[in-house]
Design a protein around this ligand. Structure first.
Ligand code: ARG
Ligand code: GLU
Length: 729
C-alpha cells in the first residue's frame, strides 16, 4: 500500500467541507469530474469507473427488472439488490405453506435457486453521444418532416450499432432533446432468487419508517444471473451456468468514517428539475394532494384487511407496498418543497433567467418569453393532466376489477380471430392460467370496499373537471353491488363457469352486460379519446419548451453546474457519508445500529415486529466480526443525489469497494426530484456488513459469503487524522 502523508490526508478532509454535489452524471463523461472526485478522496480513475476498452465498474451494475439497480458481488453471477426490488418475486414464490415473506428464503445450493419468468437484468455495454448523428440532415426541416428525419436517423443508428451482436440498443433524448445518447445493453433473462431475509428484516419499519430517517431496514435480497454455455444471455434453462461477469464488487469490511467519499452508480428513473413555477405550484397544490387522497382510500381498506388475516396479509403485501410507497413519498415532497419555499426559489431563478436573456438581442429573441409560455401551457392543460392522474389512480391503482377487465379485453378483441383459427381452446386454457395467478392474490370483499371508497373520492375530486356519465347514473355503492354480485371477472367460480360454457352468444352477452367490463369499456374509451390526447399534447409541447429553456440555461449560464434530468439510464452521483440537520434544534447522526432495532421492537408496534430467533441473535450481540468498535451498523446516510430506480444501487467507497446498498431517501429530501438542497438531501443505505451478518449469522448461508471477496483492514484515514496517537505505523 502506498503511504499517504498526514498532511495530504488532512488536506482531503478540508476538501470534505465543500458542499455535496447536485446532479446525476453520465458515466461516459465522468472524466470531467475525476479531479473533483479525487479531491474528495476518491482513489480511482475515470477509466476504473467507466471504460469501453477494458472491464470497469459499470460492468458490475445491472438494471434489475427495468426499475431497480443491482450489483454483481461474485465471479459466479451473484447479485445484490433491495428486498423491495425482489419483493414481487419473493411474493410470487410464497404461499401459506412456504411463507417466504414472513420467514425469508435461502437457497443452500444452486439447485434450490428459484427461476423468475420475465425478470431481466441488463448490463450497459456502452453509452455514446449521438447528438450530431441524430440531427444529421435535419437542417432546414421543421415540423413533421423534422421529427420524421430524426426518427429515421435513430432507427438507422440503432440497427447499425447492434448488427451482428446479441445486444439491444436505444437512443434516448437527454436535456429534452438538446442531446441524444445511445445506450447499448446486454439483457440477461435467467435471473434466479437465491435469498431474501424475513420481511421483519427486509422491510423492518414498514410504512412507519419508509422514507424516514433514522432507519433500520435490512433492505436486501440476493439473486443470481445465469447464462448459456457461451456466457451470453439465454432464456431460462436448467442447463444454464452462473454468469461469469467482467467485473464484480469486492466488499469493504473496513471501518466507515463520517465524511468519507461515497459514490452511487445506478439507474435513477425520473427527475424534474426544470419545471416552471406555475407547473410546480399546480403539482404541489392540486395534483399531488388529489392523488394522495385517492391512495388513502385504498390503503385504509387494504391495511385493515391485511391486519385481519395471514392470507390477506400475504395476498396484498406487494400491492400495498407499491401503493403506499408513492403515497408517502408525495407527502414528503410537498412538505419539503413548502419548507424551502420552492415556488419562491423558482420565481427568483426565473427572474435571473429572464434578466440574463434581456442582455442580448439574440438571447432575448430565443429565451425571454419561454418561462411565461411554460406557465401558460400549464394553465391551459392542467385540466387534462389532472384528469389523467386521477384516471391512473382510479383505473390502474384502485380496485382490481379494472385490471381484470383490462386483461380480459385482450381476449374479447381477439375472440373472432381465435375462433376462425381454431385456437379458442388454447386461449381459454391461457385465461384459466392467468385467472389462477390473479385470484391467488385477490380478495373480493377487499376489492369491493376499495372500489366503493375510491369511486367516491374520484367523483368528489373530478366534479369540477368533468365526470363520466357512467358515474352519474348510480352511486358508488350501487355500482359495486352490481359489479361484485354479477360480473364474471372478479369471482373465481363465476369465471370458471363462464369459461366452461363459453360460446358466441355468451360472449355477446358478456360484452353487452358484464357490469365490471362495461364500466371499464366506457371509462377507458373516454380516457383514450378525451384525456390521453390532451396529455400527450401537453407533454409534447412542454418538452419542446423545456428544450429551449434548458438550452438557454446551458448557453447563458455556462459556468453553472448543469446535469441532464434522470431518464432511467445509468448515472453516477457522488458525495460523502454524512448526517444532516433538516429541522431546527435537532440533528440526524449518519448511522444507525442493531441496538436501535431492539429499541424500536420494544415499542410493540406492528411495523417493528421481529421473529423471535432474530431478536435472540440480536440480543446475543454475536456480531461475527461485522461490527465496528463494538457496534453493528445497520444503515447510514450520505449526500448523494438519488431518486427512484436507484434502489439497490451500489454505494461505493473511495477504493471502489462496496460499502452498502442504496434503498431510500429521508423524507425531508424526497423533494430532490424537483429541487436538490445540499443541506437537506440524504440518501439512505443499508450497510453491506449488516447484509453479510444476516446472511452469515442469521441465515447460515455461508456458501454465499464464501463466494464474495471481502476487503479487510481498518480505515487508515481515520487513524491518521482523527486518532493521531495511532498514526505511527
Ligand atoms: N421508499 C423506498 C422506495 O421508494 C422503499 C420502498 C419499499 N418499502 C416499503 N415500506 N414500501 O422504493
Ligand atoms: N426506494 C427507491 C427505489 O425503489 C429509492 C428511493 C428514492 O426514491 O430515492 O428506487
Amino acid at each position: 500500500m502506498k503511504r499517504i502523508s498526514l498532511a495530504l490526508v488532512c488536506m482531503m478532509f478540508s476538501f470534505f467541507q465543500v458542499s455535496a454535489e447536485e446532479g446525476m452524471l453520465i458515466p461516459s463523461l465522468i472524466k470531467a469530474f475525476e479531479d473533483d472526485m479525487q479531491a474528495m478522496g476518491m482513489k480511482l480513475s475515470a477509466e476504473d469507473i467507466y471504460s469501453v476498452n477494458k472491464s470497469s465498474m459499470k460492468d458490475a451494475i445491472m438494471h434489475f427488472g427495468g426499475g431497480c439497480t443491482a450489483e454483481l458481488v461474485s465471479d459466479q453471477g451473484l447479485l445484490l439488490t433491495n428486498h423491495h426490488c425482489g419483493y414481487s418475486q419473493v411474493q410470487a414464490h410464497s404461499s401459506l405453506e412456504n411463507d417466504y415473506i414472513k420467514y425469508g428464503f435461502w437457497a443452500k445450493s444452486r439447485d434450490q435457486e428459484l427461476a423468475n419468468p420475465s425478470l431481466t437484468a441488463a448490463r450497459m455495454v456502452r453509452i455514446e453521444d449521438m447528438t450530431a448523428a441524430v440531427f444529421a440532415g435535419t437542417e432546414g426541416l421543421s415540423g413533421q418532416a423534422y421529427d420524421d428525419k430524426i426518427k429515421a436517423n435513430i432507427k438507422e443508428l440503432i440497427a447499425e450499432a447492434i448488427e451482428g451482436t446479441h445486444y439491444e440498443a436505444a437512443i434516448k433524448p437527454f436535456n429534452y432533446g438538446n442531446e441524444y445518447y445511445m445506450i447499448v445493453q446486454e439483457i440477461f433473462r435467467d435471473v434466479r432468487l437465491v435469498g431474501a431475509p424475513p420481511s421483519s428484516v427486509g422491510k423492518f419499519g414498514g410504512d412507519t419508517d419508509n422514507w424516514v430517517w433514522p432507519r433500520h431496514t435490512g433492505d436486501f435480497s440476493v439473486f443470481r444471473i445465469y447464462a448459456g454455455a457461451d456466457n451470453k444471455p439465454a432464456e431460462y434453462s436448467p442447463d444454464n451456468k452462473p454468469y461469469k461477469p467482467l467485473h464484480y464488487f469486492p466488499i469493504s469490511m473496513k471501518d466507515r468514517v463520517a465524511g468519507e467519499f461515497t459514490m452511487i452508480y445506478g439507474f435513477p428513473g425520473k427527475t424534474q428539475q426544470h419545471l416552471s413555477s406555475e407547473h410546480l405550484r399546480y403539482i404541489m397544490d392540486t395534483e399531488r394532494p388529489a392523488r394522495i387522497a385517492m391512495r388513502e382510500q385504498s390503503l385504509s381498506v387494504i391495511d385493515a384487511s391485511m391486519r385481519s388475516s395471514d392470507l390477506l396479509r400475504i395476498q396484498y403485501a406487494s400491492k400495498q407496498a407499491r401503493i403506499a410507497n408513492g403515497w408517502k413519498k408525495w407527502i414528503g415532497q410537498i412538505g419539503g418543497l413548502q419548507t424551502v419555499d420552492a415556488i419562491q426559489i423558482k420565481l427568483d431563478r426565473e427572474k435571473v433567467y429572464n434578466d440574463m436573456a434581456a442582455t442580448k438581442t439574440e438571447w432575448q429573441m430565443k429565451y425571454s418569453g419561454i418561462v411565461s409560455e411554460m406557465n401558460q401551457l400549464v394553465a391551459e392543460y392542467k385540466g387534462s393532466d389532472f384528469a389523467y392522474g386521477m384516471a391512473i389512480e382510479y383505473m390502474y391503482v384502485g380496485a382490481e376489477s379494472f385490471k381484470r377487465s383490462r386483461d380480459f379485453e385482450k381476449f374479447v378483441n381477439k375472440y373472432e380471430e381465435l375462433v376462425e383459427l381454431g385456437e379458442l381452446d388454447e386461449a381459454i386454457e391461457g385465461l384459466r392460467k392467468q385467472a389462477k395467478g390473479f385470484f391467488k392474490n385477490y380478495d373480493e370483499a377487499t376489492d369491493r370496499k376499495i372500489f366503493i371508497k375510491v369511486t367516491e373520492e374520484y367523483i368528489r375530486r373530478m366534479q369540477n373537471i368533468g365526470l363520466s356519465e357512467l358515474l352519474k347514473e348510480q352511486t358508488a355503492e350501487e355500482l359495486a353491488n352490481d359489479i361484485y354480485s354479477n360480473s364474471v371477472l372478479i369471482n373465481e367460480a363465476r369465471f370458471e363457469a363462464f369459461l366452461a360454457g363459453l360460446n358466441d352468444s355468451t360472449m355477446a352477452l358478456f360484452s353487452k352486460n358484464d357490469p365490471a367490463f362495461k364500466l371499464w369499456k366506457g371509462m377507458s374509451a373516454e380516457f383514450y379519446q378525451d384525456v390521453i390526447p390532451g396529455v400527450r399534447t401537453f407533454n409534447a409541447k412542454m418538452d419542446q419548451l423545456l428544450k429551449v429553456y434548458v438550452e438557454g440555461k446551458l448557453e447563458m449560464f455556462p459556468n453553472e453546474n448543469h446535469w441532464a434530468d434522470a431518464n432511467s439510464t445509468l448515472r453516477i452521483t457522488y458525495g460523502k457519508l454524512e448526517g444532516s440537520a433538516p429541522h431546527d434544534g435537532m440533528a440526524y447522526t449518519e448511522h444507525t445500529t442493531l441496538d436501535g432495532i431492539i429499541a424500536k421492537n420494544n415499542s410493540g408496534e406492528a411495523d417493528f415486529e421481529l421473529l423471535p430467533d432474530f431478536r435472540a441473535l440480536a440480543e446475543s450481540k454475536d456480531y461475527g466480526g461485522y461490527d465496528q468498535d463494538g457496534e453493528l451498523w445497520v444503515c447510514f446516510t450520505g449526500s448523494n443525489h438519488t431518486t427512484g430506480g436507484n434502489s439497490g444501487s451500489p454505494v461505493i467507497d473511495a477504493e471502489g469497494n462496496l460499502i452498502g446498498l442504496n434503498f431510500d431517501r429521508s423524507w425531508e429530501s424526497t423533494m430532490s426530484d424537483f429541487m436538490f438542497d445540499a443541506d437537506r438531501c440524504r440518501n439512505i443505505t443499508v450497510d453491506v456488513r449488516y447484509v453479510l451478518w444476516i446472511i452469515d449469522k442469521y441465515a447460515g448461508a455461508t456458501n454465499l459469503i464464501d463466494e464474495m471477496t471481502l476487503v479487510k483492514g481498518k480505515s487508515k484515514r481515520k487513524k491518521r487524522c482523527c486518532r493521531k496517537k495511532k498514526c505511527k505505523k
